[in-house]
Design a protein around this ligand. Structure first.
Ligand code: SF4
Length: 390
């Protein structure tokens, strides 16, 4: 039986994800794994050090190509904690010379001093949770930063690093297409090389879901939200952004290496509670996930892993179809036919999706259309081999 340790030992190229599950407050629409108790910082980072030391020791000699600090809000914790984690990392593995080091940040944390500290640490890409540059929208979202702060921080980060992404969200209470257009043009006017666009979704058991259910908040119709998404695609592409993944737009050379690596099914190790890992080694592909419990994680960081499974052939094919169709690079038609053992059923499904305008086929590659990106998972479902839907 192959264990995670065996897989990690024989692996030579990988990405790292560090889940920093702290936020100052929980936003009404957010269901991520996080806590708001800053008093747990010390214990958490000590557990993170234990977990990382043990797993990275098994990787000695490997090269890490990207590190992504996500959360939560990694920018809300003192940089000294992140520095300690890097020291743990560099005791066991090397960073490639051009490694991408991304940190997810919120505007209210990014003082000039913090930006300088992060740059000194080696962070060379910031993904800023701006969400909007418009005061009414930020108020409706209950965000802690102001529109002025969002602008100032975006500009300062661009001046310092040049490699900055902002998240923008559409479909907020009271939002119409004109407001959304203003947000998009503001982002474009800052000269950013990367923008991520999300449609506000109602996640179960969030405060927002409760408010909507009780009729206290009304969100724009799904069709209005879909039009906003289409508007974002049109405007950003007209400005030279490549729409390289459902929610992500990049100027040439500025795509997120970490995210693209995950979508292209390269190996990545996730540290921290709720973090997932994917390891490719020879013919083996292993997926694992850490516990989604802060107490369990901090108490037994050496036993952080909650599940681990070797992917079956069917699972690999399903993943390949789902992930490829989220990317502008698409899926080779010849591969899809091979996955279906040449069955004619898939040919009919492909024709149907083409007729509905959800996919296009160019040079033997199936690509999801702009409209199709709104239904990327449904498109993928239609193209899964029936016997492999396990
Ligand atoms: S800042 Fe981000 S991660 Fe934290 S609660 Fe808000 S949406 Fe969730």
């Amino acid at each position: 039986m192959v264990t995670v340790a065996d897989e990690e030992t024989s692996m030579t190229k990988l990405h790292c994800y560090v889940h920093v599950p702290f936020c100052r407050e929980r936003c009404s629409y957010c269901d991520f794994f996080l806590v708001t108790r800053q008093d747990l910082l010390g214990r958490f980072f000590s557990a993170l050090h234990s977990e990382s030391s043990e797993r990275l020791a098994a990787l000695r000699g490997s090269t890490v190509h990207s590190v992504h600090f996500g959360g939560g809000t990694p920018s809300s914790v003192p940089v000294a904690y992140l520095k300690n984690w890097f020291e743990t990392l560099s005791r066991h593995v090397s960073l490639s010379d051009d490694a991408e080091i991304t940190l997810e940040a919120n505007p209210e944390d990014l003082t000039n001093e913090k930006l300088q500290e992060l740059a000194a640490l080696g962070v060379n890409r910031l993904s800023i949770g701006v969400q909007s540059f418009i005061p009414e929208k930020l108020r409706a979202l209950g965000r802690l930063h102001s529109a002025e702060e969002a602008l100032r921080v975006t500009d300062d980060a661009m001046k310092l690093l040049g490699n900055v992404s902002v998240d923008l969200i559409c479909g907020v209470e009271g939002e119409d297409p004109d407001i959304w257009e203003r947000d998009l043009y503001t982002a474009i006017s800052r000269g950013l090389p990367h923008v991520s666009v999300y449609m506000l979704t109602l996640e179960k058991k969030t405060r927002l879901e409760n408010l909507v259910r009780r009729g206290l908040v009304t969100l724009p119709d799904e069709s209005v939200q879909a039009d906003m998404y289409m508007m974002a695609c049109e405007l950003l592409e007209a400005e030279g952004f490549k729409h390289y993944e459902v929610s992500n737009f990049s100027k040439p050379g500025f795509f997120s290496r970490y995210n693209l690596g995950c979508w292209q099914r390269e190996s990545y190790l996730g540290f921290g509670p709720s973090a997932h890992s994917f390891l490719v080694s020879g013919d083996h592909e292993l997926r694992s996930a850490n516990v989604s419990s802060m107490i369990r994680y901090m108490t037994s960081p050496y036993e952080a892993q909650e599940y681990c499974e070797m992917l079956s052939c069917a699972e690999r094919i399903n993943e390949k179809i789902f992930l490829s169709l989220r990317l502008s690079s698409g899926l080779e038609l010849v591969d899809l036919m091979r996955y279906h053992d040449g069955s004619s059923v898939v040919v009919e499904n492909v024709d149907q999706l083409k007729k509905q305008g959800l996919i296009e086929i160019r040079d033997g590659v199936i690509k999801v259309s702009r409209k199709g990106f709104l239904f990327a998972d449904r498109v993928a479902e239609e193209l899964l081999p029936a016997w492999k839907r396990d």
